[in-house]
Write a protein that binds this ligand. Structure first.
Ligand code: TYC
Length: 127
């Protein structure tokens, strides 16, 4: 073996003290390189639609839109009036689980305050 290493070092002009890998060393595997685009699809969105009724006070609806849907006072007033005049309006759109949770939060808050306000969700068209 010594002799073989010597011959190898000699024929490849390698310094005498150079370490030569053992024959049984595992071959180094190249890490796999991902060539396809990662599939980062946007989740389907669901509109939260608030419904009109004759009893919930306007100011209560505006406050609700500001606190639960993070609307400005102006935007909340505009949405509230749109619901009041049109019968319903979209407040916001979220992935399904968040939209469902908003409906529960709205209805719990309204029930706790004795108001009949309701809302529902509807899938946004995907185009
Ligand atoms: N129509 C209600 C009123 O006149 C106001 C209202 C607005 C109620 C929006 C519900 O989602 C609603 N007091």
């Amino acid at each position: 073996m010594e002799a073989l290493i010597h011959i190898y070092q000699h024929s490849h002009s390698i310094a005498k003290d150079t370490k030569i890998p053992a024959m049984d060393m595992p071959t180094i595997q190249r890490p796999e390189i991902q060539t396809e685009k990662p599939q980062l699809k946007k989740p389907p969105m669901y509109k939260v639609i608030m419904l009109n009724d004759d009893y919930t006070p306007m100011e209560f609806v505006v406050d609700l839109l500001c606190s639960l849907f993070r609307k400005s006072e102006d935007e909340a007033s505009r949405i509230m009036l749109s619901i009041h005049h049109q019968g319903e309006a979209v407040c916001a759109a979220y992935p399904r689980d968040i939209a469902e949770s908003k409906v529960v939060q709205v209805e719990n808050h309204c029930e706790a305050n004795g108001h009949p306000l309701k809302c529902r969700i509807e899938a946004e068209s995907s185009d």
